[in-house]
Design a protein around this ligand. Structure first.
Ligand code: HT7
Ligand code: ZN
Length: 899
């Protein structure tokens, strides 16, 4: 397969002035007529007229009305064209009903729908299918279907036809069409400048009761983007459509967002609190793309993080504003560590802006999205809140209507702040997770605390020996909300001052990653606060700007040796390699004013305990259990935060830590340690658990808001532990009275934890057999709760269930994805987990390469394990690689993992 390089970018030889498309819909023989006005592009030198096109049957082609005979290949066509503007017309035939790849125009549950990002439009008609070719589209849809939608505003409709016109020039990847027997949940929104916008969520008739929450989330997102970023919606209508068969979460097509049903449909009876929160975030994400992605798009696919990193960052800001900021931050960091860190430190490692690819669909990754968002967060921290919004304003002003690059993005920050972001740019080009080590030094003042006048505030210098002593740099980052709160709490008592100096010396190192042996120092914003020995904060958070491989920062004027709280709010996507004693962690768990680091301290204790337990028969650390008890008792703490404190590091996180320390993880031992620790926790907390459970029951009718969800989060976490010591009694009671899916599912999980639940599983199936989204939960739950030795067997049995199908990615992920996430089950010593996943991926690849390739990543950590497991995993990967006719997508993934 061909490799495409960022460095080879050249503009297309022609501009596209307008696009007119006519669709004559028929399941197996849809005709697509295109009329495209091309003109020579003055900015290009290469005038080769190549149009992408795949799986198309060309019926006819004309230039300026005259029949032409283009040269066809399996990737597209070339044709001789005039050296002036001309009109290209083509008619092609496609087969949506047989399109199981879910790219281009396909059918799902009887409706037509499209997915064009990244390169799906070329399966609809011949076109320069690249993001820097933008044009105005007019679309006519002909067919015998009640609802026929496309991008932009409605231009007309009659019996058997509808016309749409999108006034905003867009690349082909944002084209969309939907047609089917759909019903709508309507609403409206008035923009800040007073324009009325018609809003609709379109669904299959039986799903109309599941739209209300999504609609409210949409309106909240529209308001938020106006208030926070000053961005108004720009069309007369905004349509969302729910589709059952969909490769990812949702797609931001101009004015016609298409959603995986799981990312928009929700009712209290069928969706959990986590589902509601995810829906709110995805609706916001797709809506925010209207400006960061659509109005300003990407010059080429290497710039994907320009729209995705920024939009993930924006949706996280939104969630933090409408829910709890610390809970959101902790959740995002867990996700980053669980998905992005293994990617960044394994065979699939690539920079936030990759420099080459074979199949772009393989680069919609945690690195591009989540690390890409972290990079924006660091930029904001470094330049400060005010400068950040000023720079983004300039970005919108300067680049509206452009297909832009990361260089354009960084330039607006350089122009507004006067900073040189040359070194910062390494975050975009250097792969791998930097590892930060820290050493501390304390020099007491000669006369101790009393020697310094109280009027002299403690201060911090950049150590002189580093040659850079611009003290203002470290305080450029304006406090964000979390740090503001920390400062307020600290002001309860005057900070004791003295003559002591405290020095933190950091070292950064990034290990080699595929294709990058040498790493250069990166700019790392390290948010630090200092606590006094009694737990009071003596220095509020400030952002230290590390730019060198090794760098010291000095804090002067301190009365006593402080306890540092480092990398507050997870201020950079790095591994902080700092071995604290359990007493120090317990101190931070009890006193840190930064909610993230307080959680992290508890997490450190849990990690240390699990590592000990996985390598010997050590007992749980007493400091951990006592600290946890104190936190759980603290009624002033958000219940959701307490639930996060109660959650253990995942088994794969422990495996990752062992691997980082040069040990070979044993999944069985880690599983046993995990199970044992949960049991010990339940025993230790046995008096408190029923109290917490009772305190967090809700009498009021179900609402998916943060207040209620937070209480249910804690009662769910508590029930999980309780089920280990009460034989599932509480879970059985909860199951019997549950009137919403959050309670029903957590009760079912509790029963499975207690080794019960057979009857309830059957009842659940009977109750929900007609609801695909709920049945996905039923499939997934059984696999994720299966004991390691049985997980592959359970998954295999479920793949023989009559409702299992390869054509629905949600169902495939529910079973095989859940097996991949069952750490000890997937990595079971028998190799059965690997073999089953390989079998199913081989079968899926023939139908849906995109989902197959994404799910191949389950194997990315295979080299961490022992020789026998490695042999099983290698055999599975080699079997996939050797499959005749394997897709380009999957070939690239397995090749990278086997390299
Ligand atoms: N921009 C979209 C990314 C995407 C996608 C979505 C659905 C199906 C296939 C897809 N390929 C790429 C989604 C987003 O980031 O918002
Ligand atoms: Zn996105």
């Amino acid at each position: 397969p061909q490799t495409i390089y960022l460095k080879d970018y050249t503009p297309f030889g022609f501009t596209v002035e307008s696009v007119e498309l006519t669709f004559r819909l028929a399941p197996h023989a849809t005709r697509v007529l295109s009329k495209i006005r091309f003109a020579p592009n003055p900015e290009a030198t290469d005038r080769t007229f190549f149009l992408h096109g795949e799986d198309l049957r060309l019926i006819s082609a004309r230039i300026d009305g005259r029949e032409v005979n283009p040269e066809l290949s399996d990737r597209g066509l070339t044709c001789a064209v005039p050296e002036r503007a001309f009109t290209w017309e083509a008619e092609v035939e496609i087969d949506p009903a047989n399109n199981t790849a879910l790219e281009g125009l396909y059918m799902s549950s009887g409706m037509y729908c499209t997915q064009c990002e990244a390169e799906g439009f070329r399966k609809i008609t011949f076109y320069p299918d690249r993001p820097d070719v933008m044009s105005v589209f007019t679309v006519r849809i002909e067919g015998d279907l009640p609802v026929m939608l496309s991008n932009g505003n409605k231009a007309g409709q009659g019996a058997g036809w509808a016309e749409w016109h999108d006034p905003w020039p867009k690349p082909a990847y944002l084209f969309a069409l939907v047609a089917g027997d759909l019903v709508n949940h309507p609403d409206s929104f008035t923009t800040g400048s007073g324009r009325a916008v018609e809003l609709n969520i379109w669904v299959r008739p039986g799903d109309l009761h599941k739209c209300a929450f999504g609609m409210e989330a949409l309106k909240r997102s529209m308001t938020w983007d106006e208030e926070v970023y000053g961005r108004e919606y720009d069309l007369d209508i905004f349509n969302i459509v729910a589709v059952d068969d969909f490769n990812m979460g949702a797609m931001e097509n101009n004015g016609l967002n298409i959603f995986n049903s799981s990312a928009v449909l929700a009712s209290p009876e069928t969706a959990t609190d986590a589902n509601f929160e995810r829906i709110e975030a995805i609706i916001a994400h797709e809506y925010f793309h209207n400006w960061t992605g659509n109005r300003i798009t990407c010059r080429d696919w290497f710039q994907l993080c320009l729209k995705e990193g920024l939009t993930v960052f924006r949706d996280a800001q939104f969630t933090s504003d409408v829910r709890s900021a610390p809970v959101k931050r902790i959740g995002d960091v867990m996700d980053l560590r669980g998905r992005q860190f293994p990617e960044d430190n394994g065979p699939l490692s690539h920079p936030v802006r990759p420099e080459s690819f074979q199949e772009i669909n393989n680069f919609y990754t945690a690195t591009v999205y989540e690390k890409g968002a972290e990079v924006i967060g660091m930029l904001k921290r470094l330049v400060g809140e005010e400068a950040y919004y000023k720079a983004v304003e300039l970005y919108f002003e300067r680049h509206d209507g452009d297909a832009a690059t990361i260089e354009d993005w960084l330039k607006v920050f350089e122009d507004t702040t006067g900073r040189d972001l040359g070194q910062f740019k390494r975050w975009y080009s250097q792969s791998g997770t930097p590892r930060l080590t820290v050493e501390e030094a304390w020099e007491p003042g000669e006369t101790g605390a009393e020697g310094v006048p109280a009027s002299r505030p403690p201060s911090r210098d950049l150590a002189a020996e580093q040659g850079a002593s611009d003290d203002s740099k470290g305080s450029q980052g304006a406090p964000d909300q979390v740090r503001g709160a920390a400062r307020e709490q600290a002001s309860g008592g005057a900070a004791p001052t003295g003559g002591g100096t405290y020095t933190l010396t950091f070292r950064q190192e990034t290990r080699p990653t595929p294709g990058q042996e040498e790493k250069l120092p990166q700019v790392i914003p390290i948010a630090v606060g200092l606590l006094g020995p009694n737990g009071a904060e003596v220095r509020p958070t400030e952002v230290l700007e590390m730019t060198q491989a090794e760098q010291s920062f000095r804090f002067t004027g301190l009365a006593t040796k402080p306890v540092p709280s480092i990398l507050r709010d997870f201020s950079a996507p790095v591994v902080l390699d700092r071995s604290l004693t359990s007493t120090e962690n317990a101190f931070l768990l009890a006193h840190d004013t930064d909610p993230f680091n307080r959680w992290e301290a508890g997490r450190n204790l849990a990690r240390a305990t699990l590592l000990d337990m996985a390598t010997g028969d050590a007992r749980p650390d007493g400091d951990y259990l006592d600290g946890l008890t104190a936190v759980l008792r603290d009624r002033g703490l958000d219940p959701a935060l307490r639930a996060q404190m109660l959650a253990l590091p995942t088994q794969s996180e422990i495996a990752q830590m062992q691997h980082d320390r040069g040990q070979t993880p044993d999944p069985e031992a880690i599983y046993t340690a995990h199970e044992t620790l949960k049991l010990r926790m339940a025993e230790h907390l046995q008096d408190l658990l029923p109290v917490l459970y009772a305190e967090n029951q809700i009498e009021a009718p179900y609402r998916p808001d943060a207040d209620q969800a937070s209480k249910r989060d804690l009662s769910t976490a508590v029930l999980g532990l309780l089920s280990r010591i009460d034989g599932g009694a509480q879970a059985a009671q909860q199951y019997a009275r549950a009137d919403n899916m959050t309670l029903q599912l957590s009760a079912l999980a509790g029963l499975l934890i207690a080794g019960k639940g057979e009857a309830e599983l059957e009842a659940f199936q009977q109750q929900w057999k007609d609801d695909r989204l709920v049945m996905d939960k039923w499939f997934g739950l059984q696999v994720s709760h299966a004991a390691p030795a049985r997980a592959a067997e359970v998954a295999e049995r479920l793949t023989r269930h009559p409702d299992f199908t390869l054509t629905n990615p949600n169902r495939f992920r529910a079973v095989l994805g859940a097996l991949g996430m069952n750490h000890a089950g997937f990595h079971h010593g028998s190799g059965k987990g690997y073999a089953l996943v390989a079998d199913k991926l081989i079968a899926l690849d023939a139908k849906n390469p995109q989902t197959t390739a994404r799910m191949c990543a389950l194997f990315q950590t295979w080299r961490r394990y022992d020789a026998s497991r490695q042999a099983h995993a290698r055999a599975a990967l080699e079997r996939i690689a050797a499959t005749p006719g394997l897709s380009r997508d999957t070939t690239e993934m397995v090749t990278r993992m086997l390299a």
